[in-house]
Design a protein around this ligand. Structure first.
Ligand SMILES: *Cc1c(COP(=O)(O)O)cnc(C)c1O
Length: 405
């Protein structure tokens, strides 16, 4: 059955391909040109030592900046912009998205604590939980991303400290009921941690939906040009003091050049995401009509199982989605992907360019069974002309069919 696409709508029923709610904040956030002689962008402050004019200033920490590691006008400008977008109590910058995940979790867990993690989490998150955190005496239980209240309640122990969500799930794209899971967790005194990389603050307001620690792999859409590694964690008021303290005590900071590039990416996040969304809807809709495709996993499509939750909670869909192909040997998938002209094969996503990658969640899922019934491919749809992308994929499916038969 063909999958019918629908334009994403916000709570007021407006077509969010034209949603401009955040555009002004994206342009103005963290900018103060006349503090910098009228230059539009805050400059890159390279520096370790910050001089104090008097002994009293030096020993009393009276100046706005104290030491390079503790922040520069460049990093503070970016944090200000992100805090405004997330409506959070504060934001810390980390050297990668994965560093942001480990920072968020480490800031709220101690030896003996128990952690609940969605089975659909980004795989390196699992490595962190099953390796470093376990070694520190923190135990993780994975749960079905679509878990019901009773089943989740049954997993909560006296030492359960936090629940970790990701929506849609990495690769498999299940949409979690974040406000319901967050409310239940909060009632039980848990902190709610979420990886919000897919939606970004533009398409999902995590803190308003009950999340305490919001993770962004800024490497993806915020930097947006496949040229920077950066991560950030935004915190609710109750989670902020411990996050800030942990981040400071572990000595984390990001190079001012990388902060500058990420901030430059942020300025165009609104227009880029709108175009990623338009392009992706067209490609996903087209994929759904192909006989080679059994299922398209993209919550913006009306018959996706996550569509209802997505329409209720999200204000847009970004450029990452997955397809389940009809059963075929692995060389057929390779023949399809290796000949693509505009889709590169590689990890990461969120840049201006299109990507394709085969995947299989079977080996590591533990709370749920991943049994899609055919080989799976994840696509990131970039900002190329959609007709070129469709022609490229069409030729790819021809290679797939030839190799499969
Ligand atoms: C890529 C990714 C990360 C990690 O970001 P890096 O900057 O590559 O460390 C975290 N979460 C999700 C969902 C991702 O896709």
């Amino acid at each position: 059955m063909p999958t019918r696409p629908s334009a994403p709508h916000d709570a007021l029923g407006q077509d969010t391909t034209h949603d401009t709610t955040h555009d002004t904040t994206l342009v103005t956030g963290g900018r103060d040109p006349f503090a910098y002689h009228g230059f539009v962008n805050p400059p890159v402050y390279r520096g370790s030592t910050v001089l104090a004019p008097t002994v009293a200033d030096l020993l009393g920490y009276t100046q706005p900046y104290i030491y390079g590691r503790r922040g520069t006008p460049t990093s503070v400008a970016f944090q200000d912009a992100l805090r405004a977008l997330d409506h959070s109590a504060g934001v810390v910058l980390c050297s990668s998205g994965l560093a942001a995940i480990s920072t968020a979790l480490s800031s709220c867990l101690a030896t003996g604590d128990h952690l609940l993690v969605t089975d659909s989490a980004y795989r390196p998150t699992r490595h962190l939980c099953d390796g470093v955190l376990r070694r520190l005496g923190i135990e993780t239980t994975y749960f079905d991303p679509l878990i019901q209240d009773d089943a989740l309640t049954a997993l909560i122990r006296p030492r359960t400290r936090a629940i970790y969500l990701e929506a849609p799930g990495s690769l498999s794209m299940e949409v979690q009921d974040v406000p319901r899971l967050a409310a239940l967790a909060r009632e039980r005194g848990l902190l709610v941690v979420m990886d919000n990389t897919w939606a970004t603050p533009l398409f999902f307001d995590a803190i308003a939906h009950g999340v305490d620690l919001v993770i962004q792999a800024g490497t993806k859409y915020i930097a947006g040009h496949s040229d920077v590694m950066i991560g950030m964690v935004s915190a609710s008021p109750r989670a902020w003091p411990a996050l800030e303290q942990y981040h400071r005590d572990t000595g984390q900071c990001v190079s001012p050049d990388d902060v500058f590039l990420a901030m430059r990416g942020l300025r165009t996040l609104g227009v880029r995401l709108r175009q990623h969304q338009v392009n992706t809807l067209r490609v996903a809709q087209w994929c759904a009509t192909r006989p080679e495709v059994q299922r398209v996993c993209y919550p913006a499509l009306e018959d996706d199982p996550g569509h209802a939750l997505w329409s209720r909670d999200f204000s847009g869909a970004t450029g990452l989605f997955s397809v389940v192909l009809r059963p075929a040997p692995a060389p057929a998938v390779a023949a399809m992907l290796e000949g693509l002209k505009y889709f590169g094969m590689g990890y990461s996503w969120g840049g201006f360019e299109s990507l394709a990658m085969p995947f299989d969640c079977t080996p590591y899922r533990s709370a749920t069974r991943w049994n899609p019934g055919g080989p799976c491919v994840r696509f990131h749809i970039g900002l190329e002309g959609v007709d070129d992308l469709l022609a490229d994929l069409d030729a790819g499916f021809t290679r797939f069919n030839r190799a499969a038969s």
